[in-house]
Structures are given as C-alpha cells and as structure tokens.
Design a protein around this ligand. Structure first.
Ligand SMILES: Cc1cc2nc3c(=O)[nH]c(=O)nc-3n(C[C@H](O)[C@H](O)[C@H](O)COP(=O)(O)OP(=O)(O)OC[C@H]3O[C@@H](n4cnc5c(N)ncnc54)[C@H](O)[C@@H]3O)c2cc1C
Length: 299
C-alpha cells in the first residue's frame, strides 16, 4: 500500500498535520517512537501562551491534541524512523523493527531533543531534562537548574514547589527568559541565582551529589541531589542527512514546509525558523498539508 503522506512525529506539528490530512481525505499515517507520545509539551508543567487555553498543563494539551486526531480516525504507527529514502517519485520510510513503508510524500515533524551540558558527570543518575517528570524525586532537597531561557526559569519556579532550595546557574549575568518570569524568579526566596557561572563538573559516586561551577575564576561546589539542564535543544534530523539541505542541523524550509527534496516537507521545531513554540508548530503542520495537496496536484 502506498500512502499519500506519512507524518513522522506526533508532537503538536505532526498532530496538526494529521488532523488537516485526515480532513483533506488523504491516505495518511503518523509514525511516533514514544508510546502515546505527544512531543515536548508532555514535559511542560504549565503553558500560558497558547491562545484560549491559559494555564493548561502540557500533559492535558498533548492529550487534547492527540485525542482530536484519534477522534477523526487518524492512523498511528508505533515505531522509530531510522531512514528516509527517495527513489523516483516515492519515499521509503524505514522503521527500527525492519518495517518499510511507502509514501508519495513525507511530513517530517520529529522535533528536537535536549542539549547536554557536555561536562564530566552529565550522565549520572539525577541529571534530568524534565522538571515536571523528575522534580518529585527531589522533594525537600536542594537542586540546581542550568540555563537562562524560559524553560530554565520555568523549571526553577516549578521546582520551588517541591524543593527546599534551587540554585539557578546561568553563564551570563542576564536572562533571555520573558520579563514576567524573570520577575517571579528574582522575587522567589527559594531560588539562589548563580550568575556568570560556567558548569565545570557534576560530582557523585553513583548519583548526583554536587555541581561544580566556575564563577569569575573561582570555583564553587554546590551540594545538590539533582541537576536540571535546560540549555536548549538539538534537532532530530540525523536520518535526513544527505536527503535534504540542513542549516545548523535544522531542515532548511520556509513557512510552506517545502525542503530542497521535492515531496519532503518539514514542520515544527525541526525546521529553520526564529520562534520554536507550540503555536508555530501547529501552524506548520497545517501549512505542510496545504503544500502536500498542491504538490500531489502537480502545482
Ligand atoms: C520544557 C519545555 C517547555 C516548553 N514550554 C512551552 C510553552 O510554554 N509554550 C510553547 O509554545 N512552547 C513551549 N515549548 C516548546 C514546544 O514544546 C515546542 O516548540 C513544540 O513541542 C514543538 O513541536 P514539534 O511537533 O515540532 O516537536 P516535538 O514536540 O519535539 O515532537 C516531535 C515528536 O517526534 C517524535 N520523534 C522524534 N524522532 C522520531 C523518529 N526518528 N521516529 C519517530 N518519532 C520520532 C518524538 O518522540 C516527538 O513525539 C516548551 C518546550 C520544552 C522542552
């Protein structure tokens, strides 16, 4: 069987594409590697910037997005995509279990993954990329958050609900996060700012026990039970290397999702753009299906 479109990833971009593709009566399926995955939003405590849904939890939003697609009868395929190849006018999408699927077009919406600190000890148990998932393991303890953007500050605030104390470590003396969140952080007594500080090492025999920072040339060792890393992400584009043009690891594509490989479209955090958010991912999914329709009609 040949699909009209295979959508890779069931985050906001992939699910939005799925809803639009289903409504356009395309033969479509969504491939997702995580069980019932809904993408990065599942890691988010509270989302306060999606129009009409102030304060919704990431989990609830993910369930609503996926539920919408399921209600329309979208086909979901569990599996990790390990290869995408094009031969003639058709794509072959290979999964980790050996399955090969054929499609006339592909919407690639595989999002991004967390960037590691790249220091000794960054793989110790207790190093986490998800405050919402792992915060409760540190109830009543002291933890560190590394980063200076919205995610880092949001994580620090969330962790104060559970932890005794939170060190917020940032390599600059100013944050990139939005001003409202910055104000909340500066007013919070449980957060100690450790600014202009570079993480040098995470120490512990079998799990995290402390974090070492270099602050203006002098070294500080802070006793913590966990380190939450929020220093950005890297796009999941390894399987596309050689197939389409990438820029800094991101798929080079505009708002219509068209890539340098005809029939391959990119949606969400994986593509070159300046604002990587839920609202832009959802909009990319819709735009990609519009582009797929035009492509299939030969426009
Ligand atoms: C902690 C945190 C807080 C955030 N808070 C906000 C916020 O408040 N507001 C906001 O607008 N945005 C927020 N964001 C950003 C937002 O979550 C992303 O912009 C959005 O999720 C991007 O959607 P996406 O569909 O492009 O990718 P993703 O959400 O990354 O989804 C990609 C999906 O593809 C799957 N996948 C990856 N590789 C493969 C493969 N090889 N095979 C099969 N499946 C694969 C993944 O498992 C995943 O489910 C936050 C992000 C994080 C991490």
């Amino acid at each position: 069987m040949t699909y009209d479109v295979l959508i890779i990833g069931s985050g906001p971009a992939g699910l939005s594409a799925a809803v639009y593709a289903k409504r356009a009566q395309m033969k479509a399926a969504v491939i997702e590697k995580e069980f019932m995955g809904t993408g990065q939003i599942a890691l988010t405590d509270e989302i306060d910037n999606y129009l009409g849904l102030p304060g919704i939890s990431g989990y609830d939003m993910g369930e609503a997005f996926r539920g919408h697609a399921e209600k329309l009868g979208v086909e979901f395929i569990d599996g990790e995509v390990i290869g995408v190849a094009k031969d003639g006018g058709l794509f072959t999408v290979s999964l980790g279990d050996g399955t090969a699927l054929e499609s006339r077009t592909v919407i690639y919406a595989a999002g991004a993954e967390h960037r590691k600190l790249g220091v000794a000890g960054d793989d110790l148990p207790g190093v986490s990329y998800c405050a919402v998932c792992d915060g409760s393991f540190h109830r009543g303890k002291t933890v560190a958050v590394a980063g200076g953007g919205d995610t880092a500050l949001g994580d620090a605030l969330y962790l104060t609900k559970l932890c005794e104390k939170v060190y917020l470590i940032h390599r600059r003396d100013e944050f990139r996060a939005n001003k409202t969140v910055q104000e909340k952080v500066r007013e919070c007594e449980k957060i100690e700012l450790v600014l202009s500080a570079k993480v040098k090492e995470i120490r512990g025999s079998s799990k995290v026990e402390s974090i070492v920072v270099d602050q203006g040339g002098s070294e500080r060792e802070l006793a913590v039970s966990g380190v939450f890393t929020a220093i950005g992400s890297v796009p999941n584009t390894a399987v596309l290397e050689g197939l389409c043009e990438l820029e800094g690891g991101y798929i080079k594509a505009g708002e219509d999702g068209r890539t340098s490989c005809e029939g391959l479209f990119a949606a969400g955090d994986v593509r070159t753009k300046s604002l990587r958010q839920i609202v832009t991912a959802v909009s990319d999914g819709a735009n990609c299906v519009d582009s797929v329709e035009k492509y299939l009609l030969g426009e």
